[in-house]
Design a protein around this ligand. Structure first.
Ligand SMILES: Cc1cc2nc3c(=O)[nH]c(=O)nc-3n(C[C@H](O)[C@H](O)[C@H](O)COP(=O)(O)OP(=O)(O)OC[C@H]3O[C@@H](n4cnc5c(N)ncnc54)[C@H](O)[C@@H]3O)c2cc1C
Length: 474
């Protein structure tokens, strides 16, 4: 017998689970279907982000950074460490525990908000504006009838043709987060967020890491000045980053050999114990049975949606990685909330101009709004202000003075157009830039706000002051 719901969400990642909770909060009888499964057979709610993305990567980044501090910077604080070592199995076990806590946390939130959870694969059967029939294939088969459907099926790692993931030698993000022994030589193809974060983890634990990037520029989406500063740091740490390469044949036997042409056009060959391929992600519509109901995909395979996440089908919406826009967990969440509110007749809204980006390397890189090169290309008259962490008392006390904060503001109105940070706690500091831009603040607004002393956030204020060339501490 079929079960009726006001809202059925397919996918329990950040886009889907948050949409389900918000829909339930708004009074809808809501169900969420997710197929992910832990090794113990239990549901693994939370999607890519919780299971093989944001959360486990940050757990390993933290563990490896702690080790690096103990090995290299504790001595500066007068702390002597003798016989330092690490237990990789324990480190990976801690990461798994953090993931499980998040899986269970979402299951708890579903109970708390009365979201009905179905563990299995959800696919369209038939339907129209009066209701959609969704089949759940799991431990038990279920048929759900939904007035409204939210598709939040996320994304999968993109493989290099001829180098399919085996998760033993050629690793996607899943394998990269679970290498049982530190590889001596680790190759990474793709110097994007995932490549840099994973490369950093394994370098800190002792791997010799080479990152091969096809694009001629390093972190092309990042403000040039910030990217340059970051590259300098990464190179100093020992990450061998090569840009402008053309990847050729990849062969995996006992180890992985990558043939490539370097930026000078010279043929090269490198052998690695493991190879991480992080060249982007593709939308996941596998198993949705989109064709059965005529759900339209765009030419790149994303579910086609308008600005408000409406698909071509009445009362069918799609959010997160499976639709256009940045593949970020917080973008997926905001879209999920906005869709639930639209279903309730409210005016949910996502401002794509103020979605923050973060790379959790050391130094961290974070930004919101336009880069200097974008403003130049658009012919916008702007003023820039920068402030180095080297001149910040808290950064000196922390022993981490790498990097800077940079403000970009409209030359006439002083409205903030972009905030860019490379340095300690950039992931936390960027929120001030996001709030400022959401409220249409000027750089003078930030410059006139009292910031706690000593704090890294004073660098944000000082960079805002620098727009008007009146930094106080530099
Ligand atoms: C290594 C790595 C690190 C990352 N770090 C960050 C970060 O620090 N910050 C950040 O913002 N983003 C990060 N991301 C990106 C982030 O994980 C994604 O943007 C986010 O998970 C997208 O959420 P989503 O809900 O759209 O999809 P997903 O999280 O992919 O969730 C989709 C869910 O749907 C399920 N599903 C799919 N099809 C079906 C079906 N037919 N039936 C039932 N269930 C189905 C899947 O099993 C999955 O659980 C990272 C990604 C990776 C790979």
């Amino acid at each position: 017998m079929s079960k009726n719901f006001d809202v059925v969400v397919i996918g329990g990642g950040p886009g889907g689970y948050v949409a389900a909770i918000r829909a339930a909060q708004l009074g809808f009888n809501t169900a969420c279907i997710d197929e992910a499964q832990r090794s113990d057979g239990k549901p693994a709610l939370g999607g890519t982000c919780t299971n093989v993305g944001c959360i486990p990567s940050k757990a390993l980044l933290q563990s490896s950074e702690n080790y690096e501090h103990a090995a290299h910077s504790f001595a500066d604080h007068g702390i002597e460490v003798k016989g330092l070592s690490f237990d990789l199995a324990k480190m990976l076990g801690r990461k798994d525990k953090v993931v499980k806590q998040n899986n269970d946390g979402i299951a708890f939130l579903f109970k708390k908000n009365k979201v009905t959870f179905f563990h299995g694969k959800g696919s369209f059967v038939k339907g129209d504006a009066s209701g959609w029939e969704i089949k759940v294939a799991g431990a038990a088969e279920e048929t759900l009838i939904a007035k409204q459907v939210i598709v939040a099926t996320g994304s999968n790692p993109r493989a290099l043709p001829g180098a399919e993931f085996d998760e033993k030698l050629i690793l996607s993000n899943t394998g990269a987060l679970d290498i049982p022994e530190v590889p001596k030589k680790l190759g990474v193809i793709g110097a994007g967020v995932i490549g840099l974060e994973m490369g950093s983890v394994w370098r800190r634990l002792g791997a010799e890491v080479t990152i091969l990037e096809a694009l001629p520029t390093f972190l092309g989406a990042v403000d040039e000045q910030i990217a340059k500063e970051a590259r300098k740091s990464f190179t100093k740490q020992g990450l061998n980053i090569q840009t402008g390469v053309a990847i050729g044949k990849i062969s995996a036997k006992k180890n992985v050999t990558v043939e490539y042409t370097d930026a000078e056009g010279k043929a090269q060959s490198a052998a690695f114990d493991k190879l991480i391929v992080s060249i982007g992600r593709v939308p996941n519509t596998n198993g949705l049975n989109a064709a059965a109901v005529g759900l339209k995909l765009d030419e790149r395979g994303f579910v086609a949606v308008d600005d408000e996440c409406r698909t071509n089908l009445p009362n069918v919406w799609a959010v997160g990685d499976v639709v256009r826009g940045p593949m970020l967990a917080h973008k997926a969440e905001e879209e999920g909330v906005a869709v639930a509110e639209r279903i309730a007749g409210q005016h949910g809204h996502v401002d794509f101009n103020t979605v923050p980006w973060v790379i959790y390397t050391s130094p961290e890189i974070a930004w919101v709004g336009k880069t200097e090169q974008q403003l130049k290309a658009e012919g916008v008259d702007y003023r820039a202000g920068t402030f180095p962490f080297m001149a910040n008392g808290r950064a000196r006390a922390l022993g981490d003075t790498t990097g800077m904060v940079k403000f970009l503001a409209d030359a006439k109105t002083d409205r903030i157009l972009g905030v860019h940070i490379v340095g300690p706690m950039a992931s936390e500091l960027i929120s001030e830039g996001v709030v400022a831009m959401e409220f249409g603040a000027s750089s003078e607004d930030i410059a006139r706000i009292c910031h706690a002393h000593p704090s890294l956030s004073e660098s944000v204020k000082e960079a805002a002051l620098a727009v008007d060339k009146r930094s106080l501490n530099f």
